[in-house]
Design a binder for this molecule. Structure first.
Ligand code: PGA
Length: 255
């Protein structure tokens, strides 16, 4: 049976403060992960550091992604960045629908448009979904389904293989390891997401879509999550700003 690739993604968010520090951080990550085999590593720096990093590290095994993209191709959209601009500076991936973008006003329809525009330009998608809170009636399950189905509404059978799903429960983001989701719950959510994908897409294809977990992943909890979470990797925020911790996360997916 076909299997999804193992992937670990660094989401630097609005860090580090300078271009020199971004280069230093990337260099550190590159050194630490260079000997790790069988796990695809993707670094998503802020837009402004992309050009310099992709140029300085063009031969590296680490791929580059952006943290957002706009859905229009060009024109009067002050402050926005198009998919073509991203590919032109060497980005191969883009995070879409991160909860921190959603909190600034982005909705499921905007996200669907971004996914389509990015695919059209040849970018691969890191689609983030995640509930704000968990209630006993299980309403978060239909909330997640809605996020996923709407975001993928324009994604064909062919293009689903260019998507990665990052499940990031909002209540578990940016906290300490003890607040992260427990492996058993991650396992349940991964099955749930996989089921939605197999209902919408050809089963063989749906099985190869990587499903990642994100939310306070770090050296102290990653091994249990990797072992028992039934996921294909991680989307890492805070711990991706420390090469040692990030490499530990990448390594946890090696076996
Ligand atoms: P965190 O962030 O690892 O700092 O919780 C994850 C994310 O928001 O992508």
């Amino acid at each position: 049976m076909a299997q999804a690739k193992k992937i670990v993604i660094a989401n630097w968010k609005m860090n580090p403060p300078t271009s020199a520090e971004a280069k230093k951080l990337f260099g550190g990550i590159k050194r630490k992960v260079s000997s790790i085999r069988g796990v695809q590593t993707i670094v998503c720096p802020p837009f402004v550091f992309l050009t310099e990093l992709t140029q300085s590290y063009s031969g590296s095994k680490i791929s580059f992604g952006a943290q957002d993209v706009f859905f229009e191709q060009k024109g009067s959209f002050t402050g926005e960045v198009s998919a073509a601009m991203l590919t032109s500076v060497g980005a191969q991936y883009v995070i879409i629908g991160h909860s921190e973008r959603r909190a600034l006003g982005e909705d499921n329809e905007d996200i669907a448009k971004k996914v389509k525009a990015a695919l059209k330009e040849g970018l691969r998608i890191i689609l983030c979904i995640g509930e704000h809170e968990r209630s006993e009636d299980g309403a978060y399950l239909s909330f997640l389904k809605e996020e996923l189905i709407t975001a993928l509404s324009g994604v064909s059978q062919k293009d689903i293989s260019k998507c990665i799903i990052a499940y990031e429960p909002i209540w578990a983001i940016g906290k300490s390891a003890k607040d992260a989701m427990q492996p058993r719950s991650v396992h349940e959510m991964s099955i749930y997401i996989r089921k939605i994908l197999t209902e919408k897409y050809n089963k063989q294809k749906a099985l190869t879509v990587p499903i990642l977990y994100g939310g306070s992943v770090g050296p102290t909890n990653v091994e249990a999550l990797a072992e028992r979470g039934a996921i294909n990797g991680f989307l890492v925020g805070g711990a991706s700003l420390d090469p040692e911790s990030f490499a530990f996360v990448v390594k946890s997916m090696q076996n």
